[in-house]
Design a protein around this ligand. Structure first.
Ligand code: NAD
Length: 296
């Protein structure tokens, strides 16, 4: 089992959840789907922190870190080499929204070409229809422009068409379409989960534009000042609800057991069930804020 972005925040949470679970639903060579024991968890990432978040990951002999860049097709192919039996991939490695707006070439290389490299590597690896679970994002959706599918008062669902307003959102929407077609053709068995913002995200802030949702809680608790890029005039902000980090490990491994999409539809999009907030929090676009930062 491979996790890209494996030493990142969600990657580590999911790795721990899967190690604890011990098995995943896979396609056997016979075509039958069955639970198979997870023999190895590979955390694939461009870097790794000196210490992983969980001792369980550091101590587990089944868990290894492989350093490399998913924009390199050879690295992606090497991840599948030596796998005996079924393979599942959880794809979280990505350039975040803020960094993607600053560096178009990078977000294209990593988020779009990197996803295609992984899909091709999974297709060619020899295993029967590898499970390919991918983190998409609320950023695939946009509102406020006349051509957008939803306005700020709508609740979005699996049926909502992607109209991204950022290069990050665009690459995630393209990745959903690629996953859908690779699945339709039977090369992989794909699931995409459009994650809302995860709050409060632990650790250092990352380069996501929605990082402010976490920062305004996390930094003051640590006695630090922070600035928010969300202006008080952004009406949708209070209604934008995120996903609690503790709910993350559950939906992502569960995605691999969702029914497959039918051939004419996009990959099934799972919404996070957040026990403390109720299920399927409505997602309202809130990253179109242009107001000046304010100190809290
Ligand atoms: N956290 C959120 O609020 C949120 C919301 C929506 C979607 N997502 C998506 O979930 C996934 C994980 O997010 P996260 O919060 O854990 O972020 P994170 O920044 O903690 O993890 C991302 C990981 O990807 C790795 N990475 C970046 N470029 C890479 C490359 N070229 N090759 C290999 N690895 C690379 C980074 O080193 C990092 O460890 C991402 O795909 C993100 O777009 C997250």
């Amino acid at each position: 089992m491979i996790i890209t972005g494996g030493t990142g925040f969600i990657g580590q949470l999911v790795a721990r959840a899967i190690l604890r679970r011990g098995s995943l639903l896979v396609h056997q060579p016979s075509g039958i789907e069955a639970e198979a024991e997870v023999s190895e968890v590979v955390l694939a990432d461009v870097g790794r922190p000196p210490q992983l978040m969980f001792a369980e990951l550091e101590d587990s002999s089944a868990c290894t870190v492989r350093l490399g860049d998913i924009s390199d097709p050879l690295f992606c192919r090497s991840l599948f080499e030596g796998a005996k039996g079924p393979v599942s991939l959880f794809h979280f490695g990505a350039v975040m929204s803020g960094q993607g707006e600053d560096d178009f070439d990078l977000v294209m290389r990593v988020n779009l070409h990197g996803t295609l490299n992984l899909l091709e590597a999974a297709r060619q690896c020899g295993a029967t229809r590898p499970r390919f679970i991918m983190a998409s994002a609320g950023a695939t959706l946009g509102s406020g422009a006349p051509t957008d599918y939803v306005d700020k008062n709508d609740t979005v669902g699996d049926w909502t068409r992607a109209t991204p307003h950022t290069s990050y959102g665009m690459t995630k929407a393209c990745a959903e379409l690629l996953l859908s077609d690779f699945s339709r053709r039977g090369f992989v068995d794909g699931r995409a989960c459009r994650l809302p913002s995860v709050v409060v995200r632990a650790g250092a802030p990352n380069a996501a534009t929605t990082g402010a949702f976490s920062s305004v809680v996390r930094e003051p608790l640590a006695g630090l000042d922070t600035t928010s890029n969300i202006g008080p005039d952004v009406g949708a902000t209070p209604r934008a609800r995120g996903c609690h980090p503790m709910s993350m490990p559950m939906p992502m491994p569960m995605c691999q057991g969702l029914p497959p999409p039918t051939c004419s539809r996009a990959p099934r999009l799972a919404r996070c069930a957040t026990p403390s907030l109720g299920t399927a929090p409505p997602w309202h676009r809130c990253s179109d804020c242009t107001s000046s930062p304010r100190r809290v």
